[in-house]
Design a protein around this ligand. Structure first.
Ligand code: PA5
Length: 447
């Protein structure tokens, strides 16, 4: 079960202040369950882990198996909430050196549609030559430019190679149940589809087919992932006391710190496989809280690597930071520092496990950062496997919903994301945006 500890946050706020926030955080947690807060139309994720049925899981596993049977490479097309969750889980659970393996146990899963880089997509098409390919296109709106462009190119490639009928067997769309261009296209072309529930927003959607289908295709045990999330749904329910509810405690602690002037939260981990969990977490909290001139700025580091780049700033830069460390109790494997004398000055470590060295680094850094005025929060998970990652995902989602309500914003909308999209459409002369395009070009010429 996930542990949460704020004893090292008291460098920034007294425990009594966090406890005061605790009462309000519990009320916000009840609002999530009762649907009485802002954005109540988007609370489907709250009960999602408990509501996913065996039939739904089986349908995703079967679709994944069909793709695995015809494809050596599966390209998952999506951006933001339609991308980061699957990528984060895959990186956490995957083999970091898969590229070096001659023998593969399943298809390679790669991502596209999260940028519009000509070089990225060109390189992908070249890399796909000679390999059989499947595509999972994920877009709730079905109109997002980046994945739409990537999907058009990849669909064209599949049709060129396999014909329309062959492409149909290799494409699965995950989108809205009835609206949007991707839904229309999928229905017209006869692609297999999975539905993103109306009441689950992009950044809360990893436990829907948005995340589960690509993960099943990659060979991840999605049942264990959902089981972890389901147990965390129970562990963070509003009936669970403040002392035992990690999501309420985390939300209370980070808001108490924010109130005391700590405006930036750095999520860190000493396991590099959790790097993309940091990316997913940044979207979850950044898009949920950053509005109306408010919100903690979410940043992330991978340790110990980033101590050699960001460590100086964290230790001695402007004092507006606090850290949340995702700590892993048990490594998957065992490796010790070799017994090889003391020529390299490491004799004192001989025979000791690397996980012990890593743990001491984590403890030493936390103390140093606290002493330097960076309060520390600690989220601990037992190990990195599908079950524990499922727990971690739901824990962060729940804490994020509570936190957003504590902050007084709607954590389930993202009105600010539209501003740049309008400008890009206008500058590219999308029909309907011509006048705006002329105005923007004038502005650019004047700069
Ligand atoms: O969290 C969100 O809502 C966004 O990040 C979206 O997921 C992202 O913009 C992609 O949208 P769509 O799935 O509609 O293509």
């Amino acid at each position: 079960m996930i542990g949460f500890d704020y004893s090292m946050a008291t460098a920034g706020v007294p425990a009594s202040t966090i406890e005061e926030f605790g009462g309000r955080a519990e009320a916000c947690n009840r609002m999530l369950e009762e649907g009485t807060g802002a954005g109540a139309d988007f609370l489907g994720w709250v009960t999602l882990p408990g509501a996913v049925t065996q039939a739904q899981l089986q349908a995703m596993e079967e679709a994944a198996d069909r793709l695995r049977a015809v494809a050596e490479v599966i390209v998952v097309v999506g951006i933001g909430g339609s991308y980061l969750g699957a990528r984060a889980v895959l990186e956490a659970l995957g083999d970091p050196f898969a590229l070096l393996r001659r023998e593969r146990s399943g298809p390679d899963v790669v991502f596209a549609g999260q940028n519009v880089s000509e070089d990225y997509l060109y390189a992908l098409l070249v890399a796909l030559e000679g390999r059989s390919v499947g595509v999972i296109a994920v877009s709730k709106s079905g109109t997002t430019t980046e994945p739409a462009i990537a999907f058009r190119i990849l669909r064209g490639e599949l049709e060129r190679r396999y014909g329309k009928a062959g492409a149909r067997e290799r494409i699965v769309a995950v989108t809205d149940g009835c609206r949007g261009v991707l839904r229309e296209l999928a229905d017209r072309e006869g692609y297999a589809t999975f539905v993103i529930p109306d009441d689950v927003g992009g950044r809360y959607s990893v436990l829907t087919p948005v995340g589960l289908l690509p993960l099943a295709a990659a060979g991840v045990d999605i049942r264990a992932l959902v089981a972890g999330a389901r147990d965390m749904e129970a562990a963070t329910a509003s009936g669970v006391s403040f002392a035992n509810n990690p999501a309420v405690r985390y939300a209370a602690a980070r808001n108490a710190l924010y109130g005391a002037g700590y405006k930036v939260e750095i999520l860190g981990s000493y396991e590099p496989s959790l790097h993309y969990m940091g990316e997913w977490w940044k979207q979850l909290f950044g898009e949920s809280e950053g509005k109306e001139g408010r919100g903690i700025f979410p940043a992330s580091v991978t340790l110990t690597a980033d101590l050699h780049s960001m460590g100086q700033y964290i230790q001695e830069g402007e004092r507006m930071l606090f850290e949340t460390i995702v700590s892993v109790d048990r490594p998957r494997y065992e490796l010790r520092v070799a017994e090889a004398g003391d020529e390299d000055g490491l004799g004192y470590l001989a025979g000791r496990r690397l996980s012990e060295v890593n743990r001491m680094a984590e403890a030493g850094v936390a103390l140093a950062h606290c002493d330097g005025g960076v309060p520390n929060l600690r989220v601990s998970i037992d190990r990195i496997d599908a079950y524990c990652i499922g727990e971690l995902i739901y824990f962060f989602e729940r804490a994020c919903g509570i936190s957003g309500y504590l902050l007084g914003v709607n954590p389930f909308d993202q009105p600010g994301v539209e501003a740049y999209k309008r400008n890009v459409f206008a500058l590219l002369d999308k029909p309907g945006y011509e006048e705006e395009g002329r105005r923007l070009r004038e502005r650019l010429r004047g700069l």
